[in-house]
Design a protein around this ligand. Structure first.
Ligand SMILES: *Cc1c(COP(=O)(O)O)cnc(C)c1O
Length: 399
């Protein structure tokens, strides 16, 4: 079977909300993917951190199948025996008191917004319907109507209005603008610690810590979206850990599902999480036994296999290798852990065209915002495999 056959068929029946590279995947193992023609690729994308544990991790597969053979889904109208194991581990690893499970990342962001607003009214005492949340220019928090309401990206919003009010956008990395935007009605600041979709954009050093200080001084919650940056991607459990920042709410997703399931959650301080009462929020599938069992195994595997330390070590090795490439295309390289953005000189080529050349060399990487190639391999990658990739990246991006 040919890739093109599937692509043509899919194009006639699938709404075109993505623009995929022209490969049709039918198998994955570790860092490798195979297409329907039998070509093998190293995945340097990891589904934006959802595949941090690699494809088909045996330990996670075992947890998945064992739990599926017992009970996969029961409604939240009853308790189940996997929830406490998962939440205790999650709270311990994030240093938080309580957590709440959802499915997709966007749902977890929505959950955090509801928690922050309710805390604003019930604890801080903001007048009804006046709560404001400060967000960053260039943010990416998902695709629901609530979330795109505070996006600064036109393609995410065009013809989807009217939008949800109550958000203020400030420039990313600008602490003075953020402080100036805080009013007595501000209930929260919501940010990514590193902007992934925007191109692995790193804020100035100390910026997140300064936000934390400003939040404490003004009785404002700090809500950090670690859906892509968290769970070892940057070489620490959370990217917030690099600056010893302790958010009031941490949002997790992607890698939390171990590459098998959509599993997301928010974890937060007891005072904030206590605003939820029966009926205030929920999801039929959120917190099901299968998700809890896989989520718990995903967290334990990160620790047992030292994937966080590996991300720091191998990320530094990968970064050093990229920096050594003499390239007519590269204008900047930045990143943390196994999460690296490489900017391409638009006068020389597009990131997309170079990603197509990488594909021909057996490497899957994607462009973001036309000028950046994002490299974010599974955290289970080995040094030899990174060396293998560097040789091929050098061939494409080098002189
Ligand atoms: C992917 C992502 C989301 C949305 O997660 P979905 O599972 O796609 O809904 C939110 N925030 C960040 C930072 C992300 O990278």
């Amino acid at each position: 079977m040919l890739n093109t056959t599937f692509i043509e068929r899919e194009k006639s029946v699938n709404a075109q909300n993505y623009d995929p590279i022209p490969v049709v995947i039918n198998r994955g193992e570790g860092v490798w993917l195979w297409d329907v023609e039998g070509n093998r690729y190293m995945d340097m994308l990891s589904a934006y951190s959802a595949i941090s544990h690699g494809y088909g991790h045996p330990r996670l597969f075992k947890a998945l199948t064992e739990q599926a053979s017992r009970v996969a889904v029961c409604s939240r109208a009853m308790y189940h025996d996997k929830m406490s194991d998962f939440l205790e581990t999650l709270c311990k690893l994030t240093g938080q008191d309580q957590a709440l499970m959802m499915n997709s990342g966007a749902e977890a962001v929505e959950t955090a917004i509801k928690a922050a607003r309710r805390w604003g009214y019930q604890v801080k005492g903001i007048p009804a319907n006046q709560a404001e949340i400060i967000v960053m220019e260039g943010n990416f928090h998902g695709r629901t109507m609530g979330i795109i309401s505070f996006s600064s990206e036109d393609t995410y919003k065009k013809d989807f209005g009217p939008f949800l009010p109550g958000f203020k956008i400030v420039p990313y990395g600008d602490i003075d603008a953020l402080k100036a935007a805080i009013t007595p009605n501000t209930c929260a600041v919501l940010t990514e610690p590193i902007q992934g979709e925007a191109g692995v954009l790193m804020p100035p050093k100390g910026w997140l810590k300064d936000i934390e200080t400003a939040c404490r001084a003004n009785n404002v919650l700090l809500v950090v979206d670690e859906i892509q940056s968290g769970l070892g991607r940057t070489g620490r459990m959370l990217a917030s850990d690099h600056e010893d920042v302790k958010p009031d709410i941490v949002i997790l997703g992607k890698a939390l599902g171990g590459g098998f399931l959509p599993v997301s959650a928010i974890a937060g301080r007891r005072e904030v999480m206590a605003v939820f009462n029966p009926g205030s929020h929920g999801s039929t599938f959120g917190g099901n036994p299968l998700a809890a069992a896989v989520g718990k195994e995903a967290l334990d595997t990160l620790i047992d296999e030292n994937l966080i330390e590996k991300s720091a070590e191998l990320g530094a090795y990968f970064m050093a290798g990229l920096q050594k490439i003499k390239s007519p295309y590269i204008t900047a390289i930045r990143g943390q852990g196994l999460w690296i953005g490489v900017d391409i000189d638009p006068a020389k080529s597009t990131a997309r065209a170079l990603c197509m050349k990488l594909l021909n060399e057996g490497i899957i990487a994607r462009d973001t915002h036309k000028v950046t190639i994002r490299f974010a391999p599974p955290l289970v990658i080995t040094k030899d495999q990174i060396y293998w990739a560097l040789e091929r990246i050098k061939k494409v991006l080098g002189e």
